[in-house]
Design a protein around this ligand. Structure first.
Ligand SMILES: [Zn+2]
Length: 160
């Protein structure tokens, strides 16, 4: 199969998962799959409302499942296909998981058109802490940073 056809096949599966999640009332209309070496190793959809988990976006669901299956905290050499451009949370998770590529179907303008607008989170990033919608205040840094100092000198840590 030529490469573009393969990408289309996996994206269609992500879109199918989006429809499946929506039709079963699991959550919003978002689906994703993780592929390694031409095979799907995880597939899923948004489960926010059915599991009371605000982090259960499709990408988070499949990253967790794929990492469990690979017994790894990284998605080395994996490709994520997601039915919609990732939100800031999933974007961060994708960077931490380090797949080699991401393909997306709908974009954030499409999501905004059906009332899934994540632009406000991007806007928050540009604001000072005290100007954000949710209050952030720093405290007890001296005590908290002691753990960091101990991490820096810890000999048996797993780096990532
Ligand atoms: Zn997300």
């Amino acid at each position: 199969m030529d490469l573009m056809k393969e990408h289309e096949m996996f994206m269609r599966r992500a879109i199918e998962m989006a429809a499946k999640g929506m039709n079963s009332n699991a959550g919003g209309p978002f689906g994703a799959v993780v592929v390694k070496d031409g095979e799907i190793i995880a597939e899923g959809h948004n489960k926010v409302t059915s599991t009371n988990d605000p982090t259960a976006h499709a990408e988070m669901v499949v990253i967790r499942e794929a990492c469990q299956k690979l017994d790894s905290f990284q998605l080395t050499d994996c490709i994520i296909y997601t039915s919609c451009e990732p939100c800031p949370m999933c974007l961060g998770a994708i960077y931490w998981a380090r797949p080699k590529a991401v393909f997306y179907g709908c974009d954030k303008a499409d999501a905004k058109a059906i009332d899934f607008d994540d632009q406000f989170i991007y806007d928050e990033l540009d604001k000072d802490m005290e100007d954000r919608q949710i209050g952030f205040k720093q405290m007890l840094r001296d005590e908290a940073v002691e753990v960091f100092d101990n991490w820096a000198s810890k000999n048996d840590k797993t780096k990532y």
